[in-house]
Design a protein around this ligand. Structure first.
Ligand code: NAD
Length: 497
């Protein structure tokens, strides 16, 4: 495929992508590249450098130099550079969204929203760069005690494939705002926009070495990043299995980590809810981005008295979901890879074997069968129990399961009876119940009569196996700073005072 022939905007699709280290593209030290596919066609899109421990060492050394240059700037100056990055992202919105759509398969409208969100991260955290405050702590009359928040130095960020440019911005922007320099390791399937982001950082006037990107496989470049002695903090977003490996790695080194893992988020509908709106938002909750969202609302817990009506409304919603190549800008695109499609189809089989009834979708769309893209229709199961694997495990595809409940206590118990705890939604017109249930749910974010209405400003992260640490919002800055307390003896003073 000659991707550059369909170029939109100013950024070409390169035939080969190198690492970005010290403000420059750099070939991999092992000389090897990973073939990158276009998920909408199954054809070759480009290739990316296959990074190893030696590339990571170079990137970390570069980030250590970058850290000194970045720290030498005033917070105000760092913030202004970050604001320029935000503007550059928006200036290049069309071409970045196009690249993201080609690389991930997500529709252009989603890719555009993702680039805008990345720009928003740089705007939000750029504005906060000169507002990272310490505290004065009352102690004794003879001492003045204060705390200050200091950066760690070099932070390492391991990024998944479902929202590459947003996840890169979500981790890098708060780290940079706090004065750290970063090494980013995007997922091997989707590295392009993270590399372009790093290039734009230089264009915005950021010193070389502050933002570095090493592409490659997790077991090679990702693991080497966790193990590198120069990295002082890790942020990992990905699966529970890999998260566990990363946690073993950081335990050896005794460095802090944020882990943003998976979810199986409940979407609870009480009989007094606005069912039409709930059905529309339920579609968004588990179908958006072809279900490849960690906080997807995939467990639809519905009061038994309204389950049939709700299922009918939801099916009407699902019928409106158009499917097509990312750049065709349908409602949803393909899943990211053949492996991911196999996983989703595997869970559809598991659901049938468990005795659940598939009442909508789950097929490969007939019109797209010859395309080679990894397409799948949204699917809805009923006759599901909360113990089935399709109700307990993260599928990471557009599959919803509908489980009835009889009262509030049972709804809360079922919602919490899961290893994950990333997000949850409550649908009711009873304000008391809304707050009560929100308080009882074991989840890092709870929505009432909505689903994921806000992004950048609201702290986000997991309870239980969904991980720990917070990204987004001012809470993220705390995670990228370490607290130092200074205690100053100021003399005995005049005893009469
Ligand atoms: P994954 O765990 O396979 O990979 C994530 C990243 O980790 C990739 O960059 C990969 O190369 C790297 N990696 C793999 N093995 C590694 C190792 N041994 N050491 C260091 N790095 C390694 O996950 P995935 O399949 O790419 O992404 C899907 C998962 O991510 C889902 O479970 C999803 O819920 C989760 N996710 C969570 C959030 C969140 O914010 N909580 C956001 C997006 C995705």
């Amino acid at each position: 495929m000659d991707a550059s022939a369909t170029l939109v905007g100013d950024i070409p699709v390169r035939t080969r992508y190198e690492h970005f280290i010290g403000g420059q593209h750099q070939a991999p030290s092992g000389g090897q590249y990973i073939e990158v596919e276009n998920p909408s066609t199954g054809g070759r899109l480009t290739e990316c450098a296959r990074g190893n421990a030696s590339d990571i060492s170079k990137a970390v050394a570069s980030a250590q130099q970058g850290y000194r240059a970045w720290r030498a700037l005033k917070p105000l100056q760092r913030g202004r550079i970050m604001l320029r990055i935000s503007h550059l992202l928006l200036d290049n919105l069309d071409s970045l969204a196009y690249l993201e759509s080609l690389d991930t398969g997500k529709p252009l409208w989603v890719a555009r929203a993702d680039v805008e969100t990345c720009a928003r991260y740089f705007e939000y955290f750029g504005g906060a760069a000169d507002k990272i405050l310490g505290e004065v702590v009352p102690t004794t009359d003879t001492h003045i005690t204060y705390s200050i928040r200091e950066p760690y130095g070099v932070t390492g960020h391991i990024i998944p494939w479902n929202g590459p440019i947003t996840q890169a911005g979500r981790g890098a922007a708060p780290a940079l705002c706090a004065g750290n320099s970063v090494v980013l390791k995007p997922a091997e399937e989707t590295s392009i926009t993270t590399l372009e982001l790093a290039r734009l950082c230089i264009e915005a006037g950021m010193p070389a070495g502050v933002v570095n990107v090493v592409t490659g496989y997790g077991a090679e470049a990702g693991k080497a990043l966790v193990d590198n002695m120069g990295v002082r903090r890790i942020s990992f977003t990905g699966s529970v299995e890999t998260g566990r490996e990363v946690l073993h790695g950081v335990a050896e080194r005794i460095i802090p980590v944020t882990v943003e893992l998976g979810g199986k988020s409940p979407f609870i509908i009480f009989p007094d809810a606005d069912l039409e709106r709930a059905a529309t938002l339920a579609r968004k909750a588990f179908v958006f981005n072809t279900g490849q969202i960690c906080s997807a609302g995939t467990r639809l817990l519905v009061h038994r008295s309204v389950q049939e009506k709700f299922a009918a409304l939801l099916i009407d919603e699902l019928k409106q979901v158009t499917i097509g190549a990312g750049t065709d800008n349908s409602a949803i695109g393909p899943v990211v890879s053949a492996r991911q499609l196999e996983r989703v189809c595997g869970y559809l089989d598991i659901g049938r074997q468990e005795g659940a009834r598939l009442i909508y979708g789950g097929n490969k769309p007939s019109a797209l069968l010859g395309t080679g893209g990894h397409f799948i229709e949204p699917a809805l199961f009923v006759d599901v129990t909360n113990q089935m694997r399709i109700a307990r495990e993260e599928i990471f595809g557009p599959v919803g399961v509908l489980i009835p409940f009889d009262d509030e206590e049972q709804a809360v118990a079922m919602a919490n009876d899961n290893d994950f705890g990333l997000a949850a939604a409550v649908w009711t017109s009873d304000v008391g119940r809304a707050h009560r249930v929100a308080g009882l749910l074991e989840a890092g974010q709870v929505y009432v009569n909505d689903y994921q209405p806000v992004g950048v400003e609201a702290p986000f992260g997991g309870y239980k196996n969904s991980g720990f640490g917070r990204e987004k919002g001012l809470a993220a800055i705390h995670d990228y700073t370490q607290l130092k307390t200074v205690i100053v003896y100021q003399g005995e003073g005049n005893p009469s005072h």
